[in-house]
Design a protein around this ligand. Structure first.
Ligand code: BV8
Ligand code: ZN
Length: 245
């Protein structure tokens, strides 16, 4: 991939960079993206219909099983070159904030340090009533495991549609987007709020906005630079073009 000279100059001079990633950066690790069709038993369901408090209230077992299936599908899944390129980028930039919508934990697994998980983490489980986190739970296939402390139902520690994002992470993400010199939107369709609005906070603060995505999105017409292709290929190319490694 060739990068424009002014883009390379911006990056070389940048000391404050914010990055928002979505499911697209995990696609080359073998994880289907949020809007890819679901497979097998789950093909009949739309993720948005399962990832909600209403769905969990209506049929907790169905929702619990869906997350158990997704956790199972993640076993053996490893970060790809795109994740590792972001680890390298963080080492080069004094103030680097990695904001992710992904719940797969692959950025931390790859070695990224300053990661804001806006939508939680699918590997973590908490009590729906008292909020107590738990590392292990019964695997009774008939019922949803319950909290040892209060008997409440356990649930994945992710943000469902209609639920508020974790305040500290969202605040840090907004501040990073407002303060950065360069903002990257990588592997996200830019449809989910409020994550999608971070790019506008960056634009309003005069940041250079860059999109790296397999296909155009509603953000594409508003960015300064758009690179369409696989993030697992473009990001390593970018590191090479700007820093030679
Ligand atoms: C909230 C965790 C309020 C769960 C997720 C109407 C208008 C505007 C907004 C709304 C509306 N109605 C409702 C809302 C709000 C709603 C929302 O935004 N809905 C959308 C769908 C319209 N938002 C919420 O409900 C949020 N909460 O607003 O609360 C509130 C406030 C105070 C108090 C109470 C309530 C909560 C949103 C969080 C939902 N949880 N995940 C789980 O995972 O099970 S979101 C889910 O979608 C995933 O986290 C995912 O990351 C996220 C976004 O999807 P993407 O990451 O973008 O993935 P997608 O598949 O869409 O795109 C992938 C892209 O990658 C594609 O473009 C593809 O081309 C590209 N790609 C593929 N391969 C590659 C690639 N790119 C590069 N390289 C590749 N190899
Ligand atoms: Zn409890």
């Amino acid at each position: 991939m060739n990068f424009p000279a002014d883009f390379i100059r911006f990056l070389k001079a940048a000391s404050r960079i914010a990055v928002l990633t979505g499911a697209g950066v995990s696609q080359e690790s073998g994880l289907r993206t949020f809007r890819d069709a679901q497979t097998g038993l789950w093909a009949q369901y739309k993720p948005e219909d399962l990832a909600s408090p209403e769905a969990f209230a209506r049929d907790p077992k169905l929702v619990w099983d869906w997350y158990a299936w997704r956790r199972e599908a993640m076993k053996g899944v490893r970060p790809n070159p795109g994740h590792y390129a972001l680890v390298e980028l963080e080492k080069k930039i004094p103030q680097f904030t990695l904001i992710t919508q992904n719940v797969d934990g692959l950025h931390r697994f790859a070695g990224s340090q300053n990661v804001l998980e806006l939508h939680g983490n699918i590997q973590k489980v908490r009590c729906a009533d008292c909020g107590t986190f738990t590392e292990e739970w019964g695997d009774d296939s008939e019922t949803v495991p319950t909290c040892e402390k209060c008997g409440g139902l356990l649930r994945p520690d992710v943000v469902w549609f209609g639920e508020a994002l974790p305040r500290a992470e969202l605040e840090a993400a907004v501040n990073a987007s407002r303060a950065c010199q360069v903002y990257f939107s990588i592997g996200t369709s830019g449809l989910v709020q409020p994550a999608a609005s971070l790019a506008h906070a960056a634009r309003n603060n005069g940041s250079v906005v860059v999109e790296i995505n397999a296909e155009p999105t509603p953000l594409t017409p508003k960015v300064d630079f758009a690179f369409h292709g696989k993030s697992g290929e473009i990001l390593p190319d970018l590191l090479k073009a700007v820093w030679g490694d």
